[in-house]
Design a binder for this molecule. Structure first.
Ligand code: HEM
Length: 110
């Protein structure tokens, strides 16, 4: 199963020597790729540790660029706390047990 990251966890990887980003809910480790990025590593640093879907799409990256993502994938990102709390309310409304991952999110938020 893919590793699951929270947004604050990804945010810690915000340096050239430790560079993650989130694109469409997936987390990519671009540390080694940064120096190979055709437009340079500086531009990747701007979105290091952050949500980068819009930046990635705006460039109009080629299919080759999109295919490269597969090798950089390290896990899935669960939504920011506000959205998760909404999901939690929905779960409670259905009397479903709260999954452990949600409990972790809530305790992280305290
Ligand atoms: C892991 C994610 C990324 C991969 C694998 C990737 C890959 C590539 C590749 C292969 C190219 C060459 C052109 C192409 O094939 O489309 C490229 C160009 C470029 N990328 Fe990325 N890229 C990534 C993320 C980003 C992000 C987040 C930004 C912006 C913040 C960005 C900005 C650019 C720019 C400005 C170019 C030059 C476009 C041009 O010359 O027309 N890239 N990238």
């Amino acid at each position: 199963m893919a590793k699951v990251f929270t947004v604050p966890e990804v945010a810690m990887h915000n340096k050239k020597e430790d560079l993650f980003m989130i694109i469409h809910g997936k987390v990519y480790d671009c540390t080694d790729f940064a120096d190979k990025h055709p437009a340079g590593h500086e531009i990747l640093l701007e979105v290091a540790g952050k949500e980068a879907s819009e930046a990635f799409e705006e460039v109009g990256h080629s299919e080759d660029a999109k295919a490269m993502l597969k090798d950089l994938f390290v896990g899935d990102c669960i939504p920011p706390v506000s959205q998760s709390n909404m999901s939690l309310k929905l779960l409670r409304a259905r009397h479903a047990p709260v999954p452990n991952i949600m409990m972790k999110l809530i305790s992280d938020d305290l």
